[in-house]
Design a protein around this ligand. Structure first.
Ligand code: CLF
Ligand code: SF4
Length: 508
């Protein structure tokens, strides 16, 4: 491993995670045994935690309308700096979308999935949605097709979904109890009739669950997204998880409510808060635990825009403005380089094999029977290649791992900006202070470099700064070995001096 350069040109911005030694890992890094499912998730960045370190997705915003209203959504809001579902800068026609997909596929060859996720509901805009997917299936045969829907119209389109080979469908299910639902959905329009209050949620829930059932019966892989809304549906989501698992959903993605007054949403305007990272993790753990729903949980969602492009941790949509693809669809300059793409994907798979082999030889795991009794949380700053390789001060996002001896399990990703609780709390707070608050439950932060001032501040907050350039899994497991069982704010006395373990890779 050590001698091979990390192929950043092939796999830009990637990081290793999990510790799963299976050929594919699902969103929760547990072992996928069914060969058919393993094949479907192998290069889908949302359905496989491991794959998301290597493969990119893109969304095309071809579906503006919606047939329900969620209290956390405002599709009128459009801000290039905003990043949450329902937000986009430009709505596309199917032909424009095809041109954009072809361009992105040639520029970002590890882009493996095209998703339609808004800005409204794809199935409330069936003509544009299916025409786009047909065109992409025709011209880009190696791209997986993915849909994310509120589920209201799933049953009406199930045959077409199956016929088009859309083998990944996400349904956003925030409740299965209309009493909970009436606090989330003010109205639903179904078969020409507008339903309100509890009736709206009853119609929606029945249709969502029937749609889920129909999809799983046809062996279409289903993920359920749920928005965690503290005080509204947080307790209820364990029951949702149990229910959808019983109906054959493959993965459950509990996401935090993103809510601020400037978004103009009902929740934003009425002061409904989102969960803290700790509350979110606790709920995800409950859904995953066998005393809860025992469900596969997705831990690496980034709550993408409806026009997101790139690896999940990055958004390159700005590089693909309309001027880059409009008018190029028919002039022959947008060739689909299938052979080139296959070569890149083969490179990625070779590299993944090597990483798995290294992980295996170090006996590092992220799931299974050898889970340690005690783990600590450590944060990782990374910008690619499966390595701890980012300067602390340059990181806008941290990967939070459960660490223990031979244990490195990705538990969450946390973005400094996303968890900022809004101007009232954050205006006067420095990025360093925000980051320390974000990582307050972590025992250490692993990064390639950290300056003296942040190092002192981290140490003073009980978070050990560790300078390391190594495989993430190895560095995390090593930190776990050292920190589990050691208590107190920090394992090292000299506040301000980061622990340096750079260059230790392969020493054991
Ligand atoms: Fe897009 Fe969704 Fe398909 Fe992924 S996103 S339609 S399943 S290709 Fe992924 Fe983005 Fe989270 Fe969605 S990180 S918001 S889960
Ligand atoms: Fe917005 Fe999606 Fe809800 Fe429709 S289903 S209101 S687009 S969040």
């Amino acid at each position: 491993m050590r001698s091979k350069p990390i192929p950043l040109t092939t796999v830009p911005g990637t990081t290793l995670g999990g510790g799963c030694s299976s050929t594919s890992s699902c969103g929760s890094a547990s072992v996928v045994t069914d060969a058919e499912i393993a094949e479907k998730v192998a290069n889908h960045p949302c359905y496989s935690q491991e794959a998301h370190q290597y493969y990119a997705r893109m969304h095309v915003a071809v579906a503006p309308g919606c047939n329900i209203q969620c209290n956390y959504c405002n599709r009128k809001f459009d801000c290039a700096n905003e990043s949450r579902p329902g937000v986009t800068s430009r709505k596309l026609t199917p032909d424009e979308a095809l041109a954009k997909v072809k361009l992105v596929a040639s520029e970002i060859k590890q882009m493996s999935v095209l998703g339609i996720a808004g800005p409204g509901d794809p199935l409330a805009n069936p003509r544009n949605t299916f025409r786009t997917l047909e065109l992409v299936a025709r011209d880009c045969p190696d791209i997986r097709l993915c849909l994310s829907t509120n589920g209201l119209k799933l049953l009406d389109h199930i045959d077409r979904i199956e016929a088009l080979g859309i083998d990944h469908v996400t349904i956003t299910i925030n409740m299965i109890d209309p009493e909970v639902g009436e606090r989330i959905y003010p109205w639903v329009v179904f078969q020409g009739k507008r339903y309100r209050g509890r009736d709206a949620s009853k119609v929606l829930s029945e249709r969502q669950l029937a749609g889920l059932q129909a999809l799983t019966e046809r062996k279409i892989l289903c993920k359920v997204n749920s928005v965690m809304i503290p005080g509204v549906n947080d307790d209820h989501l364990v029951e949702v998880s149990r229910t959808v698992k019983g109906m054959g959903a493959f993965l459950h993605n509990v996401m935090p409510l993103v809510s601020a007054p400037e978004h103009g949403t009902h929740y934003g305007l009425t002061g409904q808060r989102g969960p803290t990272p700790q509350e979110l993790k606790a709920l995800q753990d409950r859904c995953e635990g066998d005393d809860g729903a025992d469900m596969n949980m997705m831990r690496h969602c980034r709550q993408c825009r409806a026009d997101a492009v790139g690896l999940l941790g990055e958004d390159r949509s700005d590089e693909f403005g309309p001027e880059t693809y409009l008018g190029r669809a028919d002039d022959g300059t947008l060739e689909y380089d299938l052979a080139g793409r296959r070569e890149v994907h083969a490179d990625i798979e070779r590299w993944r094999e090597e990483v798995r082999a290294t992980r295996g030889s170090l006996q590092i795991e992220a799931s299974g029977v050898r889970a340690p009794d005690e783990v600590v949380l450590v944060a990782v700053a990374t910008k690619g290649g499966g390595v701890v390789n980012q300067h602390f001060g340059h990181a806008d996002e941290f990967w939070i791992y459960e660490a223990g001896p031979n244990w490195a399990k990705l538990a969450q990703t946390r973005s400094v900006a996303r968890y900022c609780a809004g101007p009232s709390e954050c205006d006067d707070e420095s990025k360093l202070d925000k980051t320390i608050r974000l990582l307050s439950d972590c025992r250490a932060v692993l990064c390639s470099k950290v300056g003296p001032e942040p190092s002192r501040a981290l140490s003073a907050a009980g978070i050990e700064p560790v300078e390391v350039y190594d495989l993430i899994d190895q560095a995390v497991a090593e930190a776990g070995r050292r920190l589990v069982g050691s208590h107190g704010p920090s394992a090292h006395e000299d506040h301000g001096t980061p622990v340096a373990v750079t260059g230790q890779r392969g020493a054991r």
